[in-house]
Structures are given as C-alpha cells and as structure tokens.
Design a protein around this ligand. Structure first.
Ligand code: PRX
Length: 568
C-alpha cells in the first residue's frame, strides 16, 4: 500500500490532554508518568491500590467505577464499592491460601465479578491470569498447566469447561455465582463467613508479576507473557493522552479481559485515570452495542476493526435508531483499520477513529493516533513520546523512510513484558539485534513519522483482532481420527481481516464429504476455541514441505490460496 493515497483527517477542535507532538517528544521522560502515584510518596507499590484505593483515599469514593449493562439488566458500582468488594474477595482468597506470586486464573464472562476477581488477585500480589470466556477445555488446560496455576475463579457454567483431572497443580476453585461442587469454594457464601480486611493489600516491587496473558506465536503452544506492576506509568499515561480520559468521561473498551486489551485498557489504564467504565455483557450485536452507548452515555470508545466493519455492514439505519451524540473519541486496535472504515466513522458517526498499535508483549500502546494530531487513514499513527520506532532490514540496520521492513522498538519502555514464563529463549528471540525489540510485524514509516502496517513477517493469523498460532490449530486438527496432516494459514477476509483456513491430508479410508469437514471444524471449535476453528478446509493429496526438515511450508499454502482467490 502506498503511504500517501488517502485524504488526511484533521483533528476536531478540543481541549485534549496531549497538545504538541514535537514539544512533548523533546521534553519527555518516563519519570513524569509515575509522578501522580501514591507509591512515589509512600514507597508502597500495588497496581490495584493505584487503580482503586488511592481514589477513595483522595475523596472520590462516590464516583461510578463500573456501569454494567447486559440487555435490560443494569448495575452500578462506585470506586468505594469496588474497594470494599475487592478487599473482601481478596480477604477470602487469602484465607484460602492465595499468596504473593501465585498464579490465579480468572475464567468468567464480561461481568463485574470478572473485574473484581482480577483486581482482588492483584491486591494480593498474586499474578492474575484472565481467560477468554469462549475458551474450551484444551485452551483452559494448556494455560493453567503451563504455569502451574494454583487457583481458579470461575462460575458454575464455565467450570464445566475446566478439565480438573488433567490439572494437578490446581489446588482450589472459587465459584462466583451458582452452585459450587463439594471440592469448590462458593465465593458469595464466604462473604458471610469471612470478614473483609481493608488493609489486605500486599506491597510489591515495581518488577513484581502482575498478570499473565497467553499469546500465540507461529510455533508451539501459546506462551505466557508476564507483565509487572511497573507497567502502570505507561498505562496511566496512555489512558491520559491516547484515550484522553477526563473526569466526566464514560468509557467503554469492548474487549474481554481474557485479551490483553481488555485488561490493560479495559481495567488498568481507565481505573488509573479514575474513569467510569462500561462493562457490557453478552455477545456482539450491532443494535445492543448502540443501545449500550446510548444508555450509558459512552463518550470514549475503544474497539476493533472487525467490530467497526460489522457495524458498518449493519448500515446507517441502525445508527439512526439511537442517540449516539455522547460519543466524543473513538479508537481501534488489534488489526489493520481500513481507510474505508475511518471514512465511515467520519461520515456516519461524525467522528474520526483513532488507530493504535501495540502487542500483548509490549504491555501498552506504542504507536498511536492522538486526538490532537492529523490522521492519515491507513496508518497506525506515530510513536508516542518516549518510544523510538524504526523499520529494520533482515540484519538489524535501520532502513530509510518509505522502505518496508521489520517494525522494531528501542527496548526499555516501562510496560514491556517482564518475561515469557519459563522460556528465556523465546524472550530473547524478541531481541535479535542489540537494543531493539522486534515485533514480527512488517511496516513502512513515512517522512512525517507515520507508521503503516504491511503484514506479519511470520505465519501468525489475525482473525477479528485475535491472534491465532497456526501450530496450535494444526496440532488439534491431527488429533481428529480422519486427519493425517494439517497446515493452517490466514485467508484474507473482508470482514474479519483473515479467517483460519486449513489444508488437510485425510487418513486412508476416510471420504471427504461435507459432513466430515463439518465434524472436523466442530472438533477444533469444541476442543480448542471457536475463534481458532477453521472456517474453511481444503483437502490435499499431500502438503508442501521443506526438503530437509520436512516442516510444512505454510507460505506455499498461502501462495496457493492467494492464486486461487485471484483466479476467482
Ligand atoms: O500484527 C499486529 C496486530 O496484532 C498483533 C498483536 O496481537 P496481540 O498480542 O493479540 O495484541 C493485540 C492488541 C494489543 C500485532 O503484532 N495489530 C495490533 N494492532 C494493530 C495490528 N495490526 C494492524 N494495525 C493495528 N493497529
């Protein structure tokens, strides 16, 4: 894609927190991001304290922290109530043995309990592992067993997808709603028998583990990316500058906390900024989303290109049925944001959509479109002050502006992951060239510093903003009795960016008919996760492989697919 094909969009007039790009870049130091935190005075560090208790101590206890909406159901929780609830949950967890450094997984739908649970775990200095609510048994098992998760907070429905017998490390399961089994703890019942300790918070070092998110790569099972409490400075500052959160804002991040966006920009960044957060339960449905905006009076909205494309597909009529005039600032993340979608946002919603770029590993936004700056549709924006981005060649040399190469960031920003769980080699693989973090994305930077995404340099698939490792899907496919071999790629798709396409070789004796293919798709869907299941399966006689090591050549499969699509 050329970098200059599209009309730029100028900022709307407004009193934004972030003013002058050049000036901020020149003056900036990361120290200033930490200035407002109470630990700067007390020396006592804990992310949950800065997100909740500090605001209460400073007299803002009555401010609404959560506005929960699920169809006709609605509930509000003030910052004071969130403090009380998380103190109480944390006290119960502590009573049952949870301590600093333990891995505690949270497998709950988008409901306030999910948020209370994560924040309570953080209060105890334990490491929160939020799991996406659509994960099936295998995905749950892989994650909990990889880091030896000791505790799990879930509910009576989702617990059915937890293969307890295959999880020897798991010591206790807490159930937030519904009946608990005889070997489980019913959290609501415990609220009556165990007292809340208002001083339950454990103080930790800035580099202490905060949360773990499993993320897919092109090889192997998902890897556990651990972030540290030190991420808070950057998460606060990006909430202040990029989300531009102000006292009266009502903020909605549509991602589930099982994904890094849902934790960092669904919980930490907005709470560090003392925002009112909308928690919208249920699945995507255009009208219910518009209705949530209207009902809550959402002013700042962070979503993903696939969601925006789906809304666009519903047409203007759906928009016109609702009063969306509260919206003042729109953002997007996770996959390429098409210029058409930005123009749609401008003409139909009357707002620019601000693309942002970051990754699970980076812990916070790095390349962004700021509300006071020009947007070049097709670009992810410019590096934040404090962030140095470059486009490198295969040997780590910086390429001139305008040339395509590997998107790299000068290492050392505060939110950068602390470690890849028990995988030093994987961690080092992000830093092949002295001082640079290599993202795995390909990009071009123009003369003004705007960065344009050009694809991945590996085989990873990005479907609806969800990162899917081909290896994981291939491994599941070959567990199906009919599948001898499998190769998986991302096939370009106008709505989802990419969809998972599998090429398989059948075992002898199996006949390729619709029913079998459906059965194979369902197998992956129910065992692994719906978003990772192939939408298309093609049968081949054999798969292309490297001569020496016999590895599947996914690039050839992709080329085959693209040739086929081009031929119509
Ligand atoms: O390929 C890039 C894509 O998503 C990857 C990171 O995925 P994940 O760790 O799941 O985090 C997603 C949300 C933080 C990146 O390597 N990606 C992320 N943002 C963008 C993007 N691709 C294009 N444009 C973006 N704005």
């Amino acid at each position: 894609m050329s970098t200059a094909d599209f009309t730029v969009l100028h900022p709307e007039k407004g009193d934004y927190h972030f003013k002058d790009y050049q000036q901020e870049r020149e003056q900036f130091s990361w120290k200033q991001a930490d200035e407002g935190f109470s630990w700067k005075q007390t020396g006592k560090v804990n992310m949950a304290h800065e997100c909740i208790d500090r605001h209460v101590a400073e007299g803002h206890g009555n401010k609404i922290a959560f506005h929960y909406i699920n169809g006709d159901e609605e509930a509000f929780f003030t910052y004071k109530e969130v403090k009380e609830k998380t103190d109480h949950y944390a006290s119960i967890l502590k009573h049952h043995g949870v301590k600093k450094g333990d891995f505690v997984f949270v497998f709950l739908p988008k409901h306030p309990d999910c948020y209370f649970a994560i924040l309570s775990v953080v209060k105890l200095g334990a490491i929160a592992g939020p799991l996406f609510e659509a994960f099936m048994e295998e995905a749950v098992k892989d994650r909990i067993s990889d880091c030896g998760g000791k505790y799990l907070i879930t509910d009576e429905d989702l617990v059915k997808r937890v293969p307890k017998n295959d999880l020897p490390s798991l010591q206790k399961i807490f159930i937030t709603s519904g009946k608990a089994g005889s070997d489980e703890v019913q959290l609501q019942d415990e609220l009556h028998s165990i007292q809340a300790d208002p001083f339950v918070t454990e103080w930790v070092d800035l580099d202490h583990g905060l949360n773990i998110h499993y993320t897919s790569g092109s090889t192997g099972k998902p890897k556990g990316i651990i972030h540290a409490h030190r991420a808070m400075g950057q998460q606060y500052l990006t909430g202040h500058w990029v989300l531009d959160l102000k006292e009266d804002d009502v903020y909605w991040c549509t991602a589930h906390p099982g994904w890094v966006t849902g934790t960092v920009y669904g919980i930490f960044a907005p709470m560090l900024n003392r925002a009112t957060i909308v928690i919208n339960g249920g699945r995507f449905h255009a009208r219910s989303w518009y209705s949530a905006i209207e009902k809550a009076g959402v002013t700042v909205w962070y979503s993903a290109p696939t969601a925006y494309r789906m809304l666009m597909g519903e047409g203007k009529e759906a928009v016109n049925e609702f009063d969306l005039s509260s919206l003042r600032h729109l953002l997007s993340v996770g996959e390429p944001l098409n210029p058409e979608v930005i123009y749609w946002g401008q003409s139909v919603l009357g707002k620019r959509i601000h693309d942002t770029w970051w990754m699970t590993e980076t812990g916070a936004q790095l390349i962004v479109n700021l509300p006071s700056q020009i947007i070049k549709p097709g670009s992810m924006g410019k590096p934040l002050p404090g962030i140095e981005a470059a486009v490198l060649d295969d040997h780590g040399n910086e390429l001139p502006r305008g040339e395509i190469g590997h998107l790299a960031i000068k290492a050392g920003w505060p939110a950068l992951m602390k470690e890849v769980w028990k995988n030093k080699e994987k961690y080092s693989s992000y830093f092949p060239f002295q001082g640079w973090y290599l993202s795995g994305d390909l990009a071009v930077q123009d003369d003004d510093g705007y960065v344009f995404f050009q694809g991945r340099s590996d085989d990873m698939i990005n479907s609806s903003g969800e990162r899917i490792g081909p290896f994981e899907v291939e491994s599941k496919l070959i567990e199906h009795p009919a599948v001898a071999e499998a190769g998986v790629i991302g096939k370009p798709d106008p709505l989802r960016g990419e969809v998972v396409k599998a090429f398989i070789v059948l075992r002898n004796g199996y006949v390729a008919d619709e029913q079998l293919l459906d059965d194979i798709k369902k197998f992956v869907k129910t065992k692994l996760a719906a978003h990772a299941a192939p939408r298309e399966i093609e049968i081949l006689e054999e798969l292309p492989k490297t001569k020496i090591s016999g590895k599947i050549l996914r690039r050839e499969l992709k080329a085959h697919e693209l040739r086929k699509s081009a031929a119509g």
